[in-house]
Ligand binder design. Structure first.
Ligand code: PGA
Length: 246
């Protein structure tokens, strides 16, 4: 049975002081999580040591919001896998639509990042997803298929998480309908070619939509932006109620 991965992406939010406050509220709320799920949080790089310290022993995995493909070098502003691992980081988001859009990240670069993550022992969370224009032009399947093929080239599919994040649903309050998200996650599983790959949904996930999403057969977890910044709302998401899968 695939474990569910409930991941929070804090983006450029949360100072160390705010991180401490979050951890103090969040920790007791996730003390009794069922064993069918894992929680991951991707704080900004500067808050990683604080979050690790304050959630030590709570069973929460920590992710980098990105990772460079080189392990060191003249890359101003970037962060390497060994730098993350030194702090206890276990996962790294790659290919999120924001760096794809704002910093023109390509599928080739994203694949290099994912490969370096796997090689160094980090679990890449590869984000894929179509824009509104692409969806309206009936290009959704073609775009995502390409992102999956290129992003995962040369990777072990069992040491990667794929996150389906339709760009039109990110930060807009428009969650993709659970059945449609499930359909795309199922297609992704088929394109990866391994029934055991973990496929998440992301895009405006919140406490009101989580149970319906997690009841779907092909959705193995969620990647949460805005609603992960509030400890009570993210704890509710982590404590989702869904029928036990067999
Ligand atoms: P959102 O962000 O939950 O705020 O829509 C999701 C994401 O960007 O991963």
């Amino acid at each position: 049975m695939r474990k569910s991965i409930i991941a929070g992406n804090w983006k450029m939010h949360m100072t160390c002081a705010e991180t401490r406050e979050f951890a103090a509220i969040f920790r007791p709320l996730i003390a009794d999580l069922p064993s069918d799920r894992e929680v991951v949080i991707a704080p900004p790089f500067t808050s990683i040591p604080t979050l690790c310290r304050h959630l030590e022993g709570a069973g929460v995995f920590i992710a980098g919001q990105n990772v460079h493909w080189e392990e060191q070098g003249a890359y101003t502003g970037m962060i390497s896998a060994p730098m993350l691992i030194e702090h206890g980081v276990t996962h790294a988001i790659v290919g999120h639509s924001e760096p794809r859009k704002y910093y023109s990240e390509t599928d080739e670069q994203i694949n290099l990042r994912a490969r370096t993550a796997q090689r160094t022992g980090l679990m890449p969370i590869l984000c894929v997803g179509e824009s509104l224009d692409q969806r309206e032009a009936a290009e959704t399947e073609r775009v995502i298929h390409r992102q999956v093929d290129q992003g995962l080239e040369g990777l072990d599919p069992l040491r990667v998480i794929v996150a389906y994040e339709p760009i039109w649903a990110i930060g807009t309050g428009k969650t993709c309908a659970a059945e449609e998200a499930n359909r795309i996650c199922g297609l992704i599983r088929g394109w990866v070619g391994n029934a055991d790959v973990t496929v998440q949904y992301g895009g405006s996930v919140n406490p009101a939509t989580i149970d319906d999403l997690m009841a779907q057969s092909d959705i193995d977890g969620v990647l949460v932006g805005g609603a992960s910044l509030d400890a009570i709302s993210f704890a509710r998401i982590a404590n989702y109620q869904a029928p036990v899968r067999t």
